[in-house]
Write a protein of this length. Structure first.
Ligand code: AMP
Length: 199
């Protein structure tokens, strides 16, 4: 089960992805978190990504692909994953399809979280991460509008997209997301494994 949480920076993808992954019992891949960890640990990918992340620019697609491929090798990935912050360009979306197909997987659902720009800016300023100064936030929103938002049509044309109101209580928003993905057969509470160790 592969679910993409989509939306501009600051719509709450990260918060929602953590809760969803927990409820659904699947993995969570945040490319932003993966880059921040790689930068902190000064890995080769981290060294390459640092200048882009610091400036609020998109990390080049080939470097993103490296970090995603690495995450997909994880043991839990095939069981399912919530993708948060990836894909962000058409090239990344195409690369994702290729990577998933190689594993016999496909995207089940793409959920777009809708939040207006002024709410996004005040949320991000409160969060206060290193790349959350007002000019870098505006730059990231601009990049989102130009490079990432066009993917909404790409996924809508494939019949995979649903949009959810991202404003309000975190748990309410999460319930909206779960309702949005329910038609793809996703279950909120994983059925316990009754096949092992049964006498
Ligand atoms: P996020 O935590 O999703 O807001 O991402 C923080 C930063 O990491 C972004 O501003 C980009 O510099 C970089 N980044 C994360 N995901 C991607 C991606 N899929 N493509 C390119 N850059 C990314």
């Amino acid at each position: 089960m592969i679910i993409i949480l989509f939306g501009a920076p600051g719509v709450g993808k990260g918060t929602q992805a953590v809760i969803l992954a927990e409820k659904l019992g699947v993995a969570h891949l945040s490319t932003g978190d993966a880059f921040r960890a790689a930068i902190k640990n000064q890995t080769p990918v981290g060294v390459l990504a640092k200048e882009f992340v610091d400036a609020g620019k998109l990390v080049p697609d080939e470097i993103v692909a490296r970090i995603v491929e690495e995450a997909m090798e994880g043991a839990t990935f095939a069981k399912g994953c919530i993708l948060d912050g990836f894909p962000r360009t058409r090239a990344q979306a195409d690369a994702l399809d290729t990577m998933l197909a190689a594993k016999g997987l496909h995207i089940d659902s793409v959920v777009n979280l809708n939040v207006d720009d002024s709410t996004i800016i005040s949320r991000l300023l409160q969060r206060g991460r290193a790349d959350d100064s007002e000019d870098i936030i505006r730059h990231r929103l601009d990049i989102y509008n130009h490079e990432t938002a066009p993917l909404l049509k790409f996924y809508s044309d494939k019949g995979l997209l649903t949009s959810v109101d991202g404003i309000g209580n975190v748990e309410f928003v999460n319930e909206r997301i779960l309702s949005a993905i329910a038609p793809s057969g996703v279950q909120a509470h994983p059925v316990p494994d009754t096949t092992s160790d049964q006498a």
